[in-house]
Design a protein around this ligand. Structure first.
Ligand SMILES: [Zn+2]
Ligand SMILES: [Zn+2]
Length: 335
């Protein structure tokens, strides 16, 4: 499987990230945030083909392009409609959904699932176009251990960061944990058996299984027993305060990530302002890349308070710390 990414939106304007995961039989698309005009340069086929939309948080510069997404997909039944975000995403999305007249909507069979990601569980609500989005159907909670979306081809992990409101960072990588580490069985006091096959069976959907007369959570057993490192992953981080604790957490979170797409909002001389606003300087983004052993850093979401020459300084300040830093390719034509 190959992973491609494309930063959307211009320099100093709202940005978003499109990730395409492709193998010989399937192309899947993930969208991270969708601020103002971030979707306007996308081919319509890409817009219609997005499988999951992830919000880091619900500030207006990360959400205001949602109308373009919703316009294209409000009655889509060819794919499921999934939106992910931090706590309160369902409440805010319901307002977005209800911002239109739905008197003719009974004919639509579309269902929208909104998943709120908490540090240790995901709470899902579902909305129906036919109901004019009036009811938030509560589908309940599922525990997670970092992996919030576990698909046949890939996994998405989330981390909660501090932006004076919870802000999610995301990592996407190939789903490579497909072998069972039998040496770990005795640590858990378990004997091998047919149940091990269920751990590898992607289509097995029960949350827990019985082993030797005792119930075990599937997530726990997978975490302990499946091995094989994911390869070629990428991560998307934006809008948060870099504390020593956050840096420590990110070192773990960014293991096996090759490419980091990260905000580089402020110049180093504006570090105090960055801290006040719970944002990063470009140099801090570079520090994260360096300490986490990332291969390449791509800076986006730069402040529009700066002019073109200062944006170049943002880049060079980051490169002084982490050489392999770049802006998105399409920004080069603009600066
Ligand atoms: Zn923000
Ligand atoms: Zn922002």
């Amino acid at each position: 499987m190959s992973i491609h990414f494309q930063v959307l939106g211009q320099m100093g304007m709202d940005n978003a990230l499109l990730v395409k995961l492709e193998n010989y039989r399937k192309l899947e698309r993930l969208l991270f945030d969708c601020g103002d005009r971030t979707l306007s340069d996308l081919p319509y086929s890409d817009l219609l083909g997005i499988d999951h939309l992830f919000f880091s948080h619900l500030h207006v510069d990360h959400v205001s392009g949602f109308d373009a997404y919703f316009r294209a997909n409000f009655n889509r039944t060819s794919k499921e409609n999934h939106i992910w975000g931090p706590p309160e995403t369902a409440r805010i999305m319901q307002h977005r959904f209800q911002g239109y007249m739905w008197n003719l909507a009974e004919q639509y069979g579309t269902v929208w699932q909104v998943h709120e990601v908490f540090p240790e569980h995901v709470h899902t609500y579902c909305f129906e176009t036919a109901e004019g989005f009036r009811i938030a159907h509560d589908l309940g909670q599922v525990k997670h251990q970092g992996v919030i979306l576990d698909q046949e081809q890939y996994q998405v992990r989330a981390i909660t960061l501090d932006h004076q409101t919870p802000c999610l960072g995301f990592a996407v990588h190939e789903r490579a944990k497909t072998r069972i580490d039998l040496s770990k069985l005795s640590d858990l006091g378990l004997r091998s058996g047919k149940w091990l096959e269920l751990l590898k069976d992607f289509h097995f959907s029960e949350e827990s299984i019985e082993v030797d007369g005792k119930q075990y959570s599937m997530a726990f057993l997978k975490e302990k027993l499946l091995m094989g490192h994911p390869r070629g992953g990428l991560a998307y981080l934006t809008d948060f305060l870099l504390t020593p604790e956050a840096l420590g957490d990110l070192r773990g979170f960014l293991q096996h990530v090759d490419v980091l797409i990260c905000e580089g909002q402020y110049l180093h001389e504006d570090l105090a302002r960055a801290r006040r606003n719970f944002h990063l300087t470009s140099r801090q983004a570079a520090q994260i890349a360096l300490e986490a052993g990332i291969h390449k850093l791509v800076l986006m979401h730069v402040s529009k308070r700066y002019e073109a020459a200062q944006w170049q300084r943002l880049l060079s300040e980051a490169q002084e710390v982490f050489v392999n830093t770049a802006f998105p390719e399409h920004w080069a034509e603009m600066s």
